[in-house]
Design a protein around this ligand. Structure first.
Ligand code: NAP
Length: 254
């Protein structure tokens, strides 16, 4: 049986193992919490993995440890999927190929929610991406492909937005690519002002897409719904990136 897995720092929130167990019992998929990436090539080989997913906080920092990147991963600058290929010519006997399946999974699911939200005025809506880490970069790449103008907001940008005593014009597409609001900190939100109609102007229609899937409805999504948004959590994206990852590892179409 082929062995795959997920590496990240804390994985208590992850549904990936459950997804593979229920949809792909033909493979083994395990969660690996690792404190740092030092020595991780040896670790990969020792665990006999044929491929693995990468999550917070390693999607960008893993790049120097890989041998090659697919064109998508290279353009995005973040990797959430690595294929392990035996390679006797390499000093540790393996070749690690980095890929990005988050971006395509986000693009497909965004198209679905745009279809449900209704017609935008103007027809090309703009977007804010909260966060500038690995997931945010994948989202930005997908938005560029869809020709949707977007602004990536770093931790500091978000802090400044929250401390500014000004009026906010919310864009038609708001994406949360930070971990703020994720289990167990479910009362947190990256934009506490979002449900204050005295501080915000909301477009119609508008979308709030939170990449978090645990909890099912984040506080950000609750606030957005109360202000008329169509919302989506990250569950469909998670499932789609899992399928795309498995096809990358096995060279079979999903
Ligand atoms: P990451 O690379 O560590 O990036 C996290 C980003 O959030 C960074 O820009 C970070 O800024 C920012 N951030 C962290 N805490 C913040 C705070 N308190 N206020 C404002 N900004 C903050 O993580 P990632 O891999 O991109 O993942 C981000 C989120 O997306 C996670 O919740 C992850 O589970 C989710 N995700 C879901 C899927 C899916 O399939 N549904 C796929 C990918 C990711 P600093 O680095 O400056 O702190």
């Amino acid at each position: 049986m082929q062995r795959y897995g997920l590496i990240g720092k804390t994985l208590g929130h992850s549904f990936s193992k459950l997804y593979f167990e229920s949809h792909h019992p033909e493979v083994q998929y395990d969660l690996f919490e690792i404190d740092c990436l030092d020595d991780f090539r040896r670790w990969t080989k020792g665990n006999a993995l044929s491929g693995f997913n990468v999550t917070i906080p390693y999607k960008v920092t893993i790049l120097p440890f890989l041998d090659t990147l697919t064109p998508e991963a290279s353009a995005i600058g973040a990797v959430n999927c690595v294929k392990v290929v035996p390679d006797p010519s390499h000093e540790d006997g393996i070749q690690l190929i980095g890929h990005n399946t988050d971006s395509q999974a986000f693009l497909e699911t965004l198209k679905d929610i745009i279809g449900k939200a209704g017609s935008f005025q103007p027809s090309t809506p703009s977007a804010w991406i909260l966060g500038n880490g690995g997931a945010a970069k994948a989202v930005a790449y997908a938005l560029q492909k869809l020709q949707i103008p977007n602004k990536m907001l770093s931790h500091i940008d978000i802090k400044n937005l929250n401390s500014a005593d000004s009026h906010h014009t919310i864009p038609p597409i708001l994406i949360n690519a930070t971990p703020v609001g994720m289990f167990p900190y479910i009362d947190a939100t990256p934009l506490p002002f979002l449900n204050d109609k005295n501080k915000c102007t909301y477009p119609s229609p508008w979308i709030c897409y939170d990449l978090i899937y645990n909890p099912e409805e984040t506080r950000l999504m609750q606030d957005a719904v109360s202000m008329g948004a169509t919302t989506l959590n990250g569950l469909q994206m998670l499932y789609r990136q899992a399928e795309l990852s498995l096809s990358f590892w096995t060279n079979k179409n999903s």
